[in-house]
Ligand binder design. Structure first.
Ligand SMILES: NC(=O)c1ccc[n+]([C@@H]2O[C@H](COP(=O)([O-])OP(=O)(O)OC[C@H]3O[C@@H](n4cnc5c(N)ncnc54)[C@H](O)[C@@H]3O)[C@@H](O)[C@H]2O)c1
Length: 284
């Protein structure tokens, strides 16, 4: 399937990253957001990241300019949708917001256009139930920061067609990523593992087994992980980790994902990690 125009909806952390890698891969990107400021911020941040690549000799000035010229900023969805060959949705993680967007989209898209959602926690099968063409709907779970992270989990919902799955796998490859196909289970693969690790690390602290530094050292030197689970928790945000665990626990009912009390206490006390200055480590 030839993709000439990719519509990326949502120009926040993930949408901006997806737009960047697509534009660098030679695809014309229609970048849509309801908030013009977010669109302009995305364009500026993509420009800065591409400048860095030029400075490091990884990209020529001409290629940078061409990539930036391939990105069109749009606050109106309807016109953009008519022109798109493939859509990647990266708006807020909110079921109602996503469903109302998809309803509007389906009225404007060409009938065979694929819609991929970058949701981290919402079931693809559940969202597809509300769509006119569930066979054209698939999950494409990118990782942050998108330009640096090589994996895309491609999630096949119950009604996702084989052709749609194949097109999404090919799309991820076209964006320079390595895709894996995953069934539609809560947390997909990466977050299932990571959430267990964050929770276990917090539980070990709660039980007084070791310090944050020693737990992280254990995972870095004993398993060769580049970062420890508590360093990642502080970087991602303790509140984000707690949310991820709560949503996995609710969706799966699996006791292993029941958040450690320490995580709840830390969030209640505003100890959110780097962004608040204190988490498992002191960042002040
Ligand atoms: N941030 C991560 O690390 C990460 C990783 C993987 C997946 N995700 C998923 O990606 C999605 C986006 O996350 P993010 O961190 O980029 O969010 P974000 O808050 O940085 O950006 C969301 C953007 O969507 C825009 N938006 C909201 N409603 C819209 C609509 N109806 N139409 C157009 N634009 C709209 C907002 O203005 C905002 O700019 C979520 O589903 C999230 O779960 C996030």
């Amino acid at each position: 399937m030839e993709i000439k125009k990719l519509l990326v909806i949502g120009s926040g952390t993930m949408g901006a990253g997806i737009a960047q890698v697509a534009a660098e891969s030679g695809i014309v990107v229609l970048l849509n957001d309801t908030d013009l400021n977010r669109l302009q911020a995305a364009q500026a941040s993509i420009g800065k990241l591409l400048d860095k690549k030029v400075q490091k000799g990884k990209l020529s000035e001409d290629d940078k300019k061409e990539a930036l010229d391939r990105i069109y900023l749009l606050t109106e969805l309807n016109v953009a949708a008519q022109d798109a060959d493939f859509v990647i949705e990266a708006i807020f993680e909110n079921l109602e917001a996503k469903l109302s967007l998809f309803k509007e989209l389906e009225q404007n898209l060409k009938p065979d256009t694929i819609i991929a959602s970058n949701t981290s926690t919402i079931s693809i099968t559940k969202m597809a139930k509300e769509l006119k063409r569930p066979e054209n709907f698939v999950g494409m779970h990118f990782f942050s920061p998108v330009p640096a992270m090589r994996l895309v989990e491609v999630i096949k919902g119950e009604k996702t067609s084989e052709a749609t799955l194949k097109a999404a796998l090919e799309m991820a490859e076209k964006l320079g990523k390595t895709p894996i196909a995953v069934s539609d289970v809560p947390g997909f693969i990466v977050n299932r593992f990571m959430c267990l690790m964050y929770n276990e690390a917090a539980q070990l602290i709660q039980d007084g087994v070791a310090t944050a530094k020693d737990i992280d050292t254990a995972m870095k030197l004993g398993v060769n992980h580049p970062m420890g689970p508590l360093e990642i928790s502080d970087m991602a945000g303790v509140d984000i980790v707690l949310n991820a665990l709560e949503s996995l626990y609710t969706a799966s009912g699996d006791e292993r994902y029941k958040p450690a009390q320490l995580l709840k206490d830390m969030v209640a006390q505003g100890k959110l990690g780097q962004k608040s200055g204190e988490g498992f480590y002191n960042h002040k």
